[in-house]
Ligand binder design. Structure first.
Ligand SMILES: NC(=O)C1=CN([C@@H]2O[C@H](COP(=O)(O)OP(=O)(O)OC[C@H]3O[C@@H](n4cnc5c(N)ncnc54)[C@H](O)[C@@H]3O)[C@@H](O)[C@H]2O)C=CC1
Ligand SMILES: O=P(O)(O)OC[C@H]1O[C@](O)(CO)[C@@H](O)[C@@H]1O
Length: 383
């Protein structure tokens, strides 16, 4: 039997350390597509790479039999025309470049008469990133191809959870990836075409509770630790979680988010959410992982936007009538993230300088409620 083939866009930390690994273990031949020529060349010449688990016992898994192509290449488009699965982990802001190539690949697939079901999963930290990718693909095709795509291609939203920090200090070979032991990959079954079975991934009927639980309780808390840590001159999440006050703030943020989620989703109960939150804090305290606050806090323009990990739970909690001092403080700390190496942080600081904190809060968060914007600005000024 022919091996099934997956094209995975973005051969970075999570691409190699989680998605590529699980697809390899599921029996797929993985074709990585990336924009960095040197990385593509390394993947083309390597026979294998290691995924190193950072835990009390350090173990390694090997990924073999992969190939690699450059994003904007004829080869990449041909791979999409014949693949069984397409996945991405490129960063939300980079999905439009991927969409253009997927649209071309699907055009070719239709011309070749390949009507085998294909599924596309965008494994980005965001609410319904696959739906965003689908819209961007459909915006690039004519009505005929649009109907064909609707009939043969499933765009399923997903939630992906595994901390894959930067490799410095752990990995020896340039392709090695490092990860925590925990992982969860939830895929919305209703959007799939044909069968999809990836051992380790879970097919769920309703994704939103899983997705928002992960984005708000894990990523929101992680961003809180990163921004609070940065403000105190701390370099890693572990050190931040051990600094006075930060762990308590992280826990408060999680409890506010949990209360908002329990109110919004009847399938999520508060005690289960708080137990999940505690497990997340224990993951942040893994002494074998040294995760830079700059990686976790990267791109505050995105992280402080309306539906994302901090303003998203703030709105849920507010809608449930819950007090949110923790989330307001966490968001204010995001506006204090002045890292000169981070383009988004620099833009926010320019906005604050030119228009003031309240205007910056309105622009970046998309919030329109003057009380909430004012409360964030007050918390910002008090720091
Ligand atoms: N690292 C982690 O622990 C997790 C990351 N994610 C999500 O996965 C995505 C990637 O994150 P990381 O792997 O940490 O980042 P990364 O920076 O390590 O890897 C991203 C890779 O995508 C490539 N890339 C950028 N634009 C591209 C494009 N248009 N086409 C093809 N490749 C492109 C980059 O060259 C890089 O190799 C993000 O959306 C992130 O939120 C989700 C869960 C866990
Ligand atoms: O990848 P993003 O969205 O920039 O945010 C970093 C976050 O994503 C993760 O890398 C994976 O969820 C977390 O470790 C961290 O909270």
């Amino acid at each position: 039997m022919m091996k099934r083939r997956a094209v995975h866009f973005g051969a970075g930390n999570i691409g190699r350390g989680f998605i590529g690994l699980l697809l390899h273990q599921a029996g797929y031949e993985v074709v990585f597509a990336d924009v960095v020529p040197a990385l593509v060349e390394q993947l083309q010449t390597a026979r294998s790479y290691r995924v190193i688990t950072l835990d009390e016992t350090v173990d390694e898994a090997e990924v073999t039999g992969f190939r690699a192509v450059l994003l904007d290449s004829t080869a990449c488009r041909s791979e999409i025309a014949t693949a069984d699965l397409v996945t991405t982990a490129v960063g939300l802001g980079n999905l439009s470049g991927v969409a253009a190539v997927i649209a071309d690949g699907l055009r070719l697939r239709k011309v070749q008469g390949n009507e085998t079901p294909l599924n596309v999963l965008a494994c980005e930290n965001a609410v319904r990133a696959t739906s965003t990718l689908k819209e961007a693909v459909l915006a690039r095709v004519d009505d005929d191809l649009r109907d064909w795509i609707e009939a043969h291609v499933g765009f399923a939203d997903v939630a992906v959870d595994r901390i894959a920090p930067n490799r410095e200090g752990y990995a020896t070979h340039p392709l090695d990836a490092v990860v925590e032991r925990f992982f969860e990959w939830d895929i919305e079954q209703t959007a799939l075409r044909g069968d999809l079975a990836i051992p380790g991934a879970t097919l769920v009927q309703q994704l939103d509770p899983y997705l928002e639980r992960k984005l708000f309780i894990l990523n929101g808390a992680h961003a809180t630790a990163a921004y609070a840590g940065y403000k105190q001159g701390i370099r890693t999440i572990l050190e931040a979680m051990q600094a006075p006050g930060i762990a308590a703030l992280v826990e408060r943020v999680q409890h506010e988010a949990a209360a908002g989620l329990a109110h919004r989703y009847p399938s999520l109960d508060l005690s289960g959410l708080n137990a999940y939150a505690k497990d997340v804090r224990d993951r942040f305290l893994n002494p074998h992982i040294h995760d830079d606050v700059a990686r976790v806090g990267r791109d505050p323009m995105r992280k402080l936007s309306l539906g994302d990990r901090l303003v998203g739970p703030l709105r849920l909690a507010q809608a449930a009538g819950i007090e949110t001092p923790g989330l307001l403080q966490a968001i204010a700390l995001g506006f204090h993230y002045t890292n000169p190496q981070d383009e988004g942080a620099v833009r926010i600081q320019q906005m604050i300088q030119s228009s003031g904190i309240e205007a910056a809060v309105r622009t970046v968060t998309g919030l329109t409620d003057p009380h909430l914007c004012g409360a964030i600005a007050t918390a910002y000024r008090a720091m």
